[in-house]
Design a binder for this molecule. Structure first.
Ligand code: SME
Length: 154
């Protein structure tokens, strides 16, 4: 299966999970597991939920190494930058990024895609990779469509 077909199949599986009747956080965690077990360079997959009044992100469902970064102020780290700019941030080499919060020494690259509702960031999809420069436009497209898909259950 080529990259595009794999992401299409992943999207369809995630859509089925969104339609399930269980709690929203359980569904989000299932989506994390699905992504981490399917894409070999997705090593940490999680959601941060936005507390918009405080301009902070709070760790939500995730799979991967436990992280110290439970609360992240807007502007700090890659997650905080994505919240500030209300857009996707891709860092193909985290060692070249000064505004970065390390979760594990094994992480080489990170992509953060905001989940938007109207003009507000309500959550983020955060993916860490142990592979250098792994992300392509296909990842950005897929994760952007996933962000739209999960918005109603945030
Ligand atoms: N690396 C992120 C922090 C979150 S952990 O990767 C899970 C950042 O710089 O915002």
């Amino acid at each position: 299966m080529n990259r595009e077909a794999r992401f299409e199949s992943l999207y369809n599986s995630a859509a089925e999970i969104v339609r399930e009747q269980c709690r929203a956080d359980v569904r989000l965690k299932k989506i994390c597991k699905l992504l981490a077990s399917t894409v070999e360079y997705y090593d940490w997959v999680g959601f941060y939920i936005s507390e918009q009044g405080r301009r902070e992100l709070v760790l939500g469902p995730y799979v991967g190494t436990p992280t110290d970064h439970i609360r992240i102020p807007y502007g700090r780290g890659i997650c905080g930058q994505a919240a500030d700019v209300k857009g996707t941030v891709v860092v193909q080499d985290v060692s070249s990024e000064s505004n970065y919060l390390s979760c594990s020494i094994h992480v080489r690259a990170e992509i953060v895609v905001p989940v938007m509702r109207a003009d507000s960031v309500v959550a983020e999809i955060d993916i860490d990779s142990h592979t250098p420069s792994p992300f392509t436009v296909d990842d950005e497209r897929f994760l952007s469509s996933l962000a739209v898909l999960v918005e109603p259950i945030i």
